[in-house]
Design a protein around this ligand. Sequence first.
Ligand SMILES: *Cc1c(COP(=O)(O)O)cnc(C)c1O
Length: 392
Amino acid sequence: MTKTYRPRTALVHGGARRSQFGETSEALFLTSGYTYESMEAAEKRFTGEEPGFVYSRFANPTVRMFEERMALLEGAEDARATASGMAAVTAAILCSLKAGDHILSSQAVFGSCRFIVETLAPRFGISSTLVDGRDLDQWKKAIRPNTRIVFLESPSNPTLEVIDIRAVAEIAHAAGALLIVDNVFATPVLQRPLELGADIVVYSATKHIDGQGRCLGGVVLSSKQWIADHLANFLRQTGPAISPFNAWVMLKSLETLDLRVREHARNGEAVARFLEDHPKVTRVLHPALKSHPQHELAMSQMEMGGNVMAFDVKGGKEGAFRFANALDIIKISNNLGDAKSLITHPATTTHQRLTPEQRAASGISEGMLRLSIGLEDPQDLMEDLDAALAGI
Ligand SMILES: *Cc1c(COP(=O)(O)O)cnc(C)c1O
C-alpha cells in the first residue's frame, strides 16, 4: 500500500508483500533459513548493509506481513509476533528489565501473567507489587522511583473489571515507567490503548485474532525505538518465534477481524441482556450493561462491550455444573474469542490454583461462569441457555 488507509482497509491489504508470481493471497514462506547469491552477499546481509532475511528465528516474510498488518491496525510504529500470547507478555515485561527494577501490575490479570510478575521476575531480583487496578489511589501509592514497567489488563479475566487506562498511563509516565496493556478481551477493533496513553500493547493472537480455535500466537506492538532498543534483540536471542504457518493463519484471519469482532460483540451484548433478565441468574458482568460497576468508564475507552461475560447462577458450584453440563451448542472449554461459544467455570479450572480467599478477593464465586459468545445465531444461544437454566 502506498499510503495510510483506515483500519478496515489495512486489515485486508496491509503489510502484503508479493513474490515474483504476483499471487493474490499472501504466500506462506514455510522456511527456516535463506540462501545468498555469494559469500559477499551473506556478509552484507549479516552486517545489515543489505536488507533481507537471514534466519526465521529473527524474521520471516510471512511473519513480517502479519506484524506489519497488526501495526497498521493498532496504529503502532512497529510490531513483533511471538509463538503464544504468554511469549509476548513475558518478552514485553522482561526484555528491558534488570535486577533492582520494579514492576507494578493490577492483580486481576490472566493467571500466567500474574506468575511472570509475582513469581518469576522476583527470582531474578526484579520486585513487583499487585494492586486493585480499579482504585487509582493504589496505583499512585505503589509506584516507586525504580518502577520501570506498569502492567494491566482491561477488561480483565474473568470478572471484566475495567481500568482507567488514561489515568494509569499518566501515573506511569510521571514516574518514568512504561505502561503495557494486555488488550485481549477488548481486541484491537474495540479498544486502542496506544491512543489512551499506553506505550506497549500485547495480544494473545490465539483468541479473536485467529478467532477459529486453530493456532497459538502472540503480538507485541510499540514504538520503533523501543522495539529496536529492547524487544527485537531479546526475541532474537531467546527464540520464542512464531511458526510461519501460524503467522499465515493469523494474517489471513485479520482480513475478517473487524467483521467478526463486531458481530461477536453484538451477540455478546444480546446474550448479556438476556441473562440479566433471567430469574435463575443472580449477577451478570458485561461492560455494555448499565449495571456494570464501571459501565461509563468502559464505554469511554471501548467502542463496544465485547463478547466475554461472567455470570452467577443460583445453586453455587452444583448449580453451575448442572447448568453447563446441560448446554447443547455452547461447549465447555477454557478458551475464548472463538467462533464457537465457550463456557468455563473459573473457580475449578483457570483460577483453580488461587486459594479460596484469593478467589473471593478477585470476585470469583463458586457459582460464577465465564462465557465467550461466538458467531452462532444469538437466538439459538439464548434458547440453549434458557433450556439449561431451567434444569437448575
Ligand atoms: C489467553 C490469554 C493470554 C495468554 O495467551 P496464550 O496465547 O494462551 O499464551 C494472556 N492474556 C490474556 C488476557 C489471555 O486471555
